[in-house]
Each structure stands twice: as C-alpha cells, then as structure tokens.
Design a protein around this ligand. Sequence first.
Ligand SMILES: NC(=O)c1ccc[n+]([C@@H]2O[C@H](COP(=O)([O-])OP(=O)(O)OC[C@H]3O[C@@H](n4cnc5c(N)ncnc54)[C@H](O)[C@@H]3O)[C@@H](O)[C@H]2O)c1
Length: 346
Amino acid sequence: MKILVTGGAGFIGSAVVRLAVARGHQVVNLDALTYAACLDNVASVADSPLYSFEHADIRNRAALDAVLARHEPDAIMHLAAESHVDRSIDGPGDFVETNVTGTFNLLEAARAHWVRKGKPQGFRFHHISTDEVFGSLGATGKFTEDTPYAPNSPYSASKAASDHLVRAWHETYGLPVVLTNCSNNYGPFHFPEKLVPVVILNALAGKPIPVYGNGQNVRDWLFVEDHADALLCVLDKGAIGRSYNIGGENEARNIDLVRIICALLDEMRPDGAPYDRLITFVADRPGHDLRYAIDPTRIRTELGWRPSVTVEEGLRRTVRWYLDNETWWRALQNRAGVGQRLGVKA
Ligand SMILES: NC(=O)c1ccc[n+]([C@@H]2O[C@H](COP(=O)([O-])OP(=O)(O)OC[C@H]3O[C@@H](n4cnc5c(N)ncnc54)[C@H](O)[C@@H]3O)[C@@H](O)[C@H]2O)c1
C-alpha cells in the first residue's frame, strides 16, 4: 500500500513512517518541518526505495493537491499538528490554523483525489487524534468512543474541531475515514519539551525536574511504537466511519511516572543519583485536566489489538535511548521555547 503520512518528521509520525516502511509499505512523508520536526527521526529509512519526503504545509491547499497528484496514495494517515498544550495557551492561533484549517484543506484535497480516482472504497483517510478531546475525568471512569467531547485547552479544542470535520466528510461526502483517539505517548525521539524527556534531560543536567501543580494528574501512558502498531492495525482492519480509542492500559500519576524515571536513572546513570532530589513542584498549567483514562474495549475486541509493553518496560527502553542518543537531543535543545516554562500567561 502507498501511504501518505502527514507529520512524519514528528514524534509519533516518524514512528509510523519507520514501522510502515519496515512492513513493506511505500511511504510519502509530508511535513512542514516546524520547530517540532526532526528529519533525523526518519534517517533509518531515508535511503529506502519505499520512502520519499515532501516538504509541504497542510495550510497550503495547492501544495497538497500537487503532492496527491504526484504520488496517488491509497491511504492518508494524518498526524501533522501543533501538539504542545503549553504552546497552545500562549499562541492558540497556530493551533486553529494547522489543526483545524489544515485538516480542512487535507480533507478537501483528499476528497478531490478520491473522486478523481473513481471513489475507491479501499481508500482510507485516517485521522489521528487525542483522548484530550474528551476533557477531564474524576477519580473513576474511562473514556469510551461514546464519551461526549468536552475539550478544555486550545490544543484539545482544535483537535476536537478537526475530529468533527473528519466525521462530517464521511457522513456528507462518503469519504472512507477512520479515526483514532489516543492517550499520552512516550518513547524514543520524543521532542525535549514534553514531560518524559524533560524529566530525563533535566535529571542528567542536574537541573530541577519541574512537576506541575501537586503531580496528582493521571495519564494513561502508551509506548510510541505500540501506538504506531495500533495505527497500522486500524488502517488495515478498522471499519469505515468508526473511531477507536487507543490506550496503554498504564495509568500513572505524573509524580509516580517521574519517580519511576528517576529510579531508572539511579540504576542506569548512578553518578548523579538520587535523581528524585531534583523534583520541584511548580505552578500548575491553567485548565490542567486531572485525569485521562482509555477504555480500550473496542480496539481489543473488534480488532484484536493491545499494547505490547508495560510502562516500566517502555520507560526503561526510553531512558536507555536518551542515554545512547545525546547528539539527537542536544541539537534540539537550542530550538525556540525548549527548556523554558510556557503556558502560564492565562
Ligand atoms: N504526543 C502524544 O502523546 C499524542 C497523543 C495522542 C494523539 N496525538 C496526536 O498525534 C499527532 C502527532 O503528535 P506528535 O506528538 O508526534 O506531534 P509532534 O509535534 O512531535 O509532530 C508534529 C509534526 O507535524 C508537523 N507539522 C506541524 N504543522 C504542520 C503543518 N502546518 N503542515 C505540515 N506539517 C506540520 C511538524 O513539523 C511535526 O513534524 C498529532 O495529531 C497529535 O495531536 C499525540
């Protein structure tokens, strides 16, 4: 299959690109190369005859039409997005432009491509979204695919809007879509502004490890390579027009996750131990959702998918990867905003 992956130079998109190529798919990686992108993430497949790259912006409809006409993909996996909640608090406009207008452009370009090809039912537009569209849970309960949308941040609101557009393009125009809403990812190639790499890199530098609020916020952590596997499973087996929640079956409070990472570093890089002495509670994020948890029943029972690693195993592999790939993360630490506290203006 020939798959156009948008956002394939980012964290999750690059995992999808690497896995899809490894499984023999032809992959066109379309990416605008924003601050969050890194082509080193796909260096392992860059020379493959199955791989090609298109430097294009989903806000530019003409560029999308040209890429689709040139490559004629059988499927689109749409991951390009502005993805950092803290940045969405400081600058929501970029999130609306890329996540909402960009998704609209891509849907329209995909629809034109699909119509031109004679509306093949085998075509797929796979929209990759987040569990954050469902808002915040209390101490109990889980998100199902029927949970009402209640996004609380500019990021999650823009993703919710894009989900609604995708559903509407199926209902109105018959575009063969599938949607996925996934919990928090972690793993290799995670941009160094997100919680897990911040903890690892601040610990290694002997700097304070910032934990927002009281650290009681709960997330359902999924190893990024498991997410990529789930996405290819949904692309292959998901029912048209259906959405699937993807979770790690690994709920953890932020403070507990941070302590696990510190303990792994104590073991794997003992010269700075104990790293938990660096944990520092800082002002909370405005509108910080308390808890996310995924009910994965649908993807497990209908598609037979479940995650392959526990959070302990996945974090061990992640910490090892950051210890072994210092050149990768050092190069990204100079990018605008990295290492600064963002999202406290509200
Ligand atoms: N990271 C998570 O935990 C998580 C969880 C669930 C869902 N998601 C979703 O998965 C997708 C990928 O997330 P990520 O963490 O890999 O994000 P990321 O920020 O690491 O990567 C995003 C990629 O999209 C590209 N991009 C941004 N704007 C673009 C534009 N206008 N045109 C073309 N390319 C553009 C960037 O250059 C970058 O390579 C997003 O849609 C996100 O909402 C992420």
